[in-house]
Design a protein around this ligand. Sequence first.
Ligand SMILES: CC(=O)NCC[C@H](N)C(=O)O
Length: 134
Amino acid sequence: MIVRQLQQAEQTNRRIVSPDGNWESTRMLLKDDSMGFSFHITTIYAGADFHMHYQNHLESVYCMSGEGEVETLDDGKKYPITPGTLYILDKHDRHILRAFKEMKMACVFNPPLNGKEVHNAEGAYELNADSVEA
Ligand SMILES: CC(=O)NCC[C@H](N)C(=O)O
């Protein structure tokens, strides 16, 4: 069994701060753990408004706190996000995430992230990103 603690993981290189200033994410479970998915606790900063398109991954995002919305770009639909909301990007959906208040999210990626991923110009993660060190 593997046991990890968020407050400890935040003190390591599992915590990634996005260079675009929109979010930070502590990646608690990664590809190296051989579970077939990765699990992250992500903070979306208040006022964030940014585009993503996970062409190489499927993602589920559960809101634990805060307030915002997600907009799917192919159909222009907007979905409010409040604590308890789960949105599931099952079609590699192009989307915009907006945080009206800081949001804390629990995120699962399939395939799992290596650890150091940040968004490329298209809002995707590459499949060959660096791993965090042991
Ligand atoms: C909700 C979302 O996708 N935020 C971007 C960061 C991502 N959750 C990650 O942990 O890399």
